[in-house]
Design a protein around this ligand. Structure first.
Ligand SMILES: [Zn+2]
Length: 233
């Protein structure tokens, strides 16, 4: 077979493999990057903490109101129990009951505020959990499709490897060496086609004689500018 054509096919196979490997690498990075999930999880945890704290505050506010009510009941029991007759003492008890009731109103206001805060924290927690679940299922969906793509790319790479082996076996070792060296030096592209009388890799113009040489099966022609092997179809 025309060696230049074989080298050109080798180049095509290697370029396809490189593209597949690059995509595999990108997929790996996407799969490892779980930033969105991490943020959603953190927010759900913070919301859960807030909810627990609001619930605790509400229980404390409720207990304070109940405690105050008990104090008022006890004070009123003494006041109306009929066992205290001293007018000064009775007056003091009355004042005390009034003071306890005034403070009860303050405690009840606080309880109401705590109740509203608790409801808000509960709603925020539910919302954060829903976001987390949405993020999780979105990622699961995405990861499934990326995993499928990974598997198909790996199969392609195996196929390219087998093709490459078959092509390379038919090329003399010295050409393979030149090819490998050029690939290394020229960004992975050792063989360039000719398009509109120019080297398709570097864009340098080619004379008719140079193009003719690139089409010849008898020799290997190099681009006078970038040094790549030229393939003229
Ligand atoms: Zn060139």
């Amino acid at each position: 077979m025309n060696q230049t054509l074989s080298l050109y096919r080798l180049q095509q196979t290697d370029s396809q493999t490189t593209r597949a490997l690059t995509r595999l690498q990108a997929i790996q990075e996407i799969l490892e990057n779980d930033e969105a999930l991490r943020v959603a999880r953190e927010q759900a945890e913070a919301a859960e903490k807030n909810r627990l704290s609001a619930e605790r505050s509400l229980r404390q506010a409720e207990a304070a109101v109940r405690g105050q009510q008990i104090k008022i009941e006890q004070t009123e029991a003494s006041l109306y129990g009929g066992q205290i007759h001293n007018p000064k003492e009775l007056q003091e008890l009355q004042n005390e009951a009034a003071a306890l009731k005034r403070y009860l109103a303050t405690l009840e206001d606080r309880q109401l505020e705590a109740m509203l805060a608790d409801e808000e924290a509960e709603a925020a927690h539910l919302a954060a959990q829903a976001t987390l679940q949405g993020t999780q299922s979105g990622l699961n969906e995405r990861n499934r499709s990326l995993s499928q793509e990974q598997a198909s790319l790996q199969r392609e790479i195996e196929k390219f490897d087998a093709e490459r082996q078959a092509i390379a076996n038919a090329i003399p070792a010295e050409y393979i060496e030149t090819y490998n060296r050029l690939r290394q030096q020229r960004g992975g592209v050792a063989v360039a086609g000719i398009s509109d009388s120019t080297c398709a890799a570097c864009g340098s113009g080619l004379t008719p004689a140079q193009q003719q040489a690139a089409r010849s099966a008898a020799q290997i022609a190099h681009c006078p500018s970038c040094g790549r092997i030229l393939y003229g179809s």
